[in-house]
Ligand binder design. Sequence first.
Ligand code: TPP
Ligand code: DXP
Ligand code: MG
Length: 637
Amino acid sequence: MSDQPITPILDRVHTPDDMKAMSDAELCQLANELRAETISAVSETGGHLGAGLGVVEMTVALHAVFDAPKDKIIWDVSHQCYPHKILTGRRDRIRTLRTEGGLSGFTKRSESPYDPFGAAHSSTSISAALGFAVARDLGGEGGDAIAIIGDGAMSAGMAYEAMNNAGHLGKRLIVILNDNEMSIAPPTGAMSSYLSRLYAGEPFQELKAAAKGAVSLLPEPFREGARRAKDMVKHMTVGGTLFEELGFSYLGPIDGHDMEQLLSVLRTVKERATGPILIHAITKKGKGYAPAEAASDKGHATAKFDVLTGKQKKAPSNAPSYTSVFAETLVNLAADDPKICAITAAMPDGTGLNKFMERYASRCFDVGIAEQHAVTFSAGLAAGGMRPFCALYSTFLQRGYDQVVHDVAIQRLPVRFAIDRAGLVGADGATHAGSFDVAYLANLPGFVVMAAADEAELVRMVATAAAHDEGPIAFRFPRGEGVGVEMPENPALLEIGKGRMIREGSQVAILSFGTRLQEAEKACEALTAKGITPSLADARFAKPLDRDLILKLAATHDALITVEEGAVGGFGSHVGQLLAEEGVFDQGLKYRSMVLPDIFIDQASPSAMYDVAGMNAAHIEAKVLDVLSVATLEKRA
Ligand SMILES: Cc1ncc(C[n+]2csc(CCOP(=O)(O)OP(=O)(O)O)c2C)c(N)n1
Ligand SMILES: CC(=O)[C@@H](O)[C@H](O)COP(=O)(O)O
Ligand SMILES: [Mg+2]
């Protein structure tokens, strides 16, 4: 049992309604207790700590002033939603965060009426909030629509698409820009510099004088309210021209940890806002917990940890992570090839490109949370004669898909896609699953699509990609550690479109694409003990397929089973298409394709998620036995 903090005021809060009668002083105390509870809970679960600590006061103020769930409070990314979940009736389950059957680590409509919109991918909150605002004004349910979006999330084009439309529609819409000068890493881009100028021109703490004068500059609806609030709102200046040009009133910057300011500004806005308004709040990621504040990522993502020391409790690693193998291989290749460059969308550490950045800063680009731009920027680099490696998580590549088709594939530009977090990812759950990239890439003419079966294969695939100038090429690999195989010193290039045999057997052939190969090997071991000796091959390529290997396996076995960490429409579908085109089914081949099921799988350990998906060794074994029994029955008939 954890030594949970003593929280007399928080104990009184079962829903935000219980906060409405609290004094401002009690709300301040509530924030302190909420921060302690958040730290305690995340110390037991691990997760996104820093962002939530940065919005504790904001969360209390929002739920004290507005009336959720009638008012729609929409958190961008929503990795900062843990304090929100504690205040909205889920404190009793907060220590199940990100676990099987537990609370999601992000907001989720099905989890609570206080989560009006799910998130996890960034920069969606303003669009969603505008949708609620328009629905409200069309006679739908709901009150205020409030989006809380971070400075990092403001680097994505979608946020501007939404503001552009909101400014045009002129609907009452409240956007709080939670500016902590952090993305996962320090933010990049001109927008980040712009925001800093809004409060760095003068020392933020000495804006009182400017605030008095600024009040008269505020748009009329706020002038009176601001006058009344000005002695409460210690720091206010009119800036934010960019936002005002987009049709928003700009209010700020305010101190996002000063409860008095927050309450007075939110009360004023609630009372007086007539159109879209952006409140610029300055916060500190990791606020109030020294180990988080001191961490380079401000406690963005933590394992379970000791509250007193902040020491994280990480499981010992038995093999290098796939991410580190990719990054180190690319760094080595770049030493001999000045054309190799690397692009990340605000995930330098997550993709391992921080290592590349250290060595080749002039050839490494963190474009911010801007996957669409990352893809087409990479296409431009390729068209300009470079060898760009665009490193994106599978799930985040989804955001740049039209750019993949329109700017890369149709022009057959040699962009290399390093697709990390392929397959099921564990605690981040369904929103982060890398389920669809094979399906949406292997159908594109001219694309080469590979999946590494282990870390040694990944090394070979990175080298093969670097040498492939004929067109776009993608290689995918999962979250987590490799299997501990020996790493190739001088990786031989793979022959494009060629797989490899792992074990020769009979009756049934298993054709694996990606790291399910290990599970397939376990299944073969188990089957061998039952006198069944399947053949096993590693396809390596979903495009182009190894036709010779597939047709040979089909011709020499009664049954062929494919297995991949992807949804239908990927590797197995293409194999089936080939077999059909070649008339192989006419000769009676039994074909089974093991793919992720047609559901979104909630967070659990990756192994447990693959159990739900029916894709672990036992399931592969069962599939072989099933198809053999069918074949046997048919022979008897
Ligand atoms: C489309 C997309 N790309 C990348 C990510 C990974 N990601 C999660 S949080 C984050 C940084 C968000 O920064 P900010 O909005 O400033 O929030 P903060 O963590 O500072 O509170 C990133 C890049 C994501 N969730 N969605
Ligand atoms: C919230 C978010 O989208 C990222 O922080 C993501 O959770 C990172 O995933 P990894 O932990 O796999 O790097
Ligand atoms: Mg930020």
